[in-house]
Design a protein around this ligand. Structure first.
Ligand code: SF4
Length: 365
């Protein structure tokens, strides 16, 4: 077993802004001599130092779904995927604004608009910029956009419109990247992040664990995001969707997932570390422990996949003694969800993993 100095050194190095050595990073992920609870405590010390006991809630809006020409193997919106998702072109401005308002009222600190595709045309960039202006002028909410590959001019236009963050996930290491996508490269993704940084935007970029990578690939992504000073890092665990090329559930134990979150915290001490897609499926009964290394999560599921009920997530945050970053008290939000969930469920509610059209476009109802 590792002695206490090992854990203290991880905490001290992280708080001092020093990177872990390759060996330490590997031990965090896979050493049998590392005790999970002591490791979580070490990561929690770093989290508390920089992010207190607050949880940032993020809500995604799939502004357009499907029709993507790219071939990312994990994505049900990709061209080769045969997943039965609800495809639709870009939502109306009115629908997107109504969803922003609703996200704000549900306690979201940040509203993320996601546009499928390789990257936006200049016309689309101008349109997104207009949406950002409208949202920022009406609601006190941070805005993040995910729109594929964006060049420097595009990033500048979005920044000038008031965008806070640009999301573009690296997903995996440079070495592993060709195994998950052939239509663009890891470097293309890095270039987008660099364009965002040059424009003065915060960078949100994450990983998907469980795509056949080695622990060394996970370490590479955590180190690359550290070098890019990513303000926000969604740590996703692959949700296998029938019809996707990557349609098999990876053998990720809850313990390994928690270790991954700890690694990202140690290497990116001041960043938002988000327990993102797949937290329910892969962390299972240990989900609440993700709040010790991570300070953020998604509410209302993911792009095409349902998540845990809103009330359960909010209650989990409260039960563990955390608070949320919102103008609405956590107790009030839980109360509101309790009232709403005691009303009859809509007819024909599906138990499927995939979101249906009512989940994706609630403002149309
Ligand atoms: S570019 Fe984005 S939307 Fe398109 S397949 Fe890849 S992950 Fe999915």
């Amino acid at each position: 077993m590792m002695n206490q100095n090992f854990y203290k050194q991880l905490t001290d190095k992280s708080i001092a802004g020093e990177a872990l050595s390759q060996e330490e990073a590997r031990d965090v992920l896979v050493s049998k001599d590392v005790e999970l609870l002591t490791l979580l405590d070490a990561a929690f010390t770093v989290r508390k130092k920089f992010r207190g006991k607050e949880v940032d809630i993020h809500i995604l809006n799939n502004a357009q779904n499907g029709y993507c020409p790219e071939d990312c193997n994990y994505c049900p919106q990709s061209k080769p995927s045969e997943a039965k998702i609800e495809e639709y072109p870009l939502k109306s401005d009115q629908e997107i604004l109504a969803e922003a308002e609703s996200a704000h009222k549900r306690g979201a600190h940040r509203y993320c608009m996601v546009f499928a595709g390789r990257g936006p045309s200049r016309k689309r960039v101008e349109h997104v910029a207009q949406l950002i202006r409208s949202i920022k002028s009406q609601y006190p909410i941070e805005v993040c956009v995910s729109a594929g590959l964006v060049d420097q001019e595009g990033a500048k236009i979005l920044k000038e419109a008031g965008l806070d963050r640009l999301n573009h996930n690296l997903n995996t290491s440079k070495q592993h990247y060709p195994k998950v996508c052939s239509t663009h490269t890891f470097d293309d993704r890095v270039n987008t992040l660099q364009a965002a940084r040059k424009a003065g935007l915060q960078v949100c970029s994450g990983v998907i664990v469980g795509m056949g990578e080695e622990p060394s690939d996970v370490i590479d992504v955590a180190q690359t995001l550290r070098s890019m000073q990513a303000a926000s890092i969604p740590v996703n665990f692959l949700i296998p969707i029938e019809g996707n090329i990557l349609d098999k559930k990876a053998l990720l134990s809850p313990e390994y997932c928690l270790r991954v979150l700890c690694l990202f915290r140690f290497l990116n001490p001041q960043s938002d570390i988000r327990a993102a897609a797949g937290r329910e499926m892969h962390l299972r009964g240990m989900e609440v422990m993700s709040l010790y290394p991570a300070n953020s999560l998604f509410l209302d599921g993911y792009l095409n996949v349902k998540g845990e009920e809103r009330r359960s997530t909010l209650q989990m945050i409260k039960d563990a003694g955390f608070t949320i970053r919102s103008e609405y008290p956590l107790d009030d939000l839980i109360q509101k969800e309790t009232v709403q969930s005691s009303t009859p469920q809509r007819d024909g509610a599906t138990k499927s993993l995939l979101k249906d059209i009512q989940d994706l476009r609630p403002q149309l109802q």
